[in-house]
Design a protein around this ligand. Structure first.
Ligand SMILES: [Zn+2]
Length: 279
């Protein structure tokens, strides 16, 4: 960073102030989390949805159902949008979710919806990549930092038009399911959860970086739907995002979404108080 302003004499005292974490951690009580464990131990597969490489597909999940995003045949990043199935204006709020939990999500973290709705849309109930933690570069998996690859930024930086960016894939899928015109549907596409993507900020310039996803065949990220959901998932043209995106260069693989019922009686007893707090 090039310094052009005069450094004040009191700089040292200012930058040595203590850090204050901006939001209190949202912890589950042991009793409440036990209900989630019981519920996810009694899952019955109801349906499967395939997401082809460099394309998106949608899926519907009822409140209380579980869904898993699966790596099926090769390391692949997925860009996820979530909506209230009955009101598409209620959508995933990546920024506030990041403020509450940090830059990367894992088990017990929740995906919150935008204002004025602001309630948990889904809870992450299992993450087979939780072992990755934060590596020496400060990178981790499943970020809420990146927005999604899109044709506008690609045109700005690379001077070419690419039609299979996650933004376009999600938009096309949303148009298909909602029947909305492109102009209306595009307003609803929002910042994503980058499933399986391995990312961080560089130490020196704090730039967003990506590195090869550690996800392998058999890995999955599992959620409990807290409200009726419409999910739209894009299999990113960046593949495992080890080198590029917004092009046909990377090797890409499909993703699969499995949807489950739970036959545990405790699944119905999961506390809904947060869900209606601001209704
Ligand atoms: Zn993408």
């Amino acid at each position: 960073m090039k310094i052009i302003s005069k450094i004040p004499s009191y700089k040292k005292s200012l930058i040595s102030k203590k850090k204050v974490v901006a939001y209190k951690p949202l912890n589950f009580s042991h009793k409440e989390w036990k209900k989630y464990i019981s519920a996810r131990n009694s899952l019955i597969l109801k349906s499967e949805i395939l997401i082809k490489p460099r394309s998106a597909n949608f899926f519907k999940v009822k409140a209380g159902q579980f869904f898993r995003i699966n790596i099926t045949s090769g390391s692949q990043v997925g860009d996820l949008n979530l909506f209230n199935l009955k009101n598409l204006n209620e959508k995933f709020f990546s920024g506030k979710t990041r403020a509450l939990y940090g830059t990367h999500l894992t088990t017990k973290d929740r995906l919150w919806s935008c204002f004025p709705y602001f309630r948990p849309m889904a809870t992450i109930t299992h993450d087979t990549l939780d072992w990755y933690g934060y590596d020496a570069d400060g990178a981790s998996v499943h970020d809420v930092i990146g927005t999604r690859c899109d044709p506008y930024t690609n045109l700005l930086l690379n001077k070419n038009i690419y039609h299979h960016c996650c933004h376009s894939n999600i938009l096309n899928s949303l148009i298909k399911i909602s029947g909305l015109k492109k102009k209306e549907a595009e307003k609803l596409v929002h910042d994503v959860l980058n499933v399986f993507m391995c990312t961080g900020f560089t130490n020196d310039t704090k730039q967003y970086f990506m590195k090869a996803s550690p996800a392998r065949v058999g890995d999955y990220l599992e959620f409990r739907a807290e409200i009726d959901l419409l999910g739209v998932l894009s299999a990113c043209p960046g593949g495992d995002c080890s080198s590029s995106h917004s092009s046909d260069i990377a090797e890409c693989y499909p993703l699969k979404v499995n949807i489950y019922d739970s036959n545990s009686p405790l699944n119905k007893k999961i506390d809904k108080s947060l869900l209606s707090k601001f209704r």
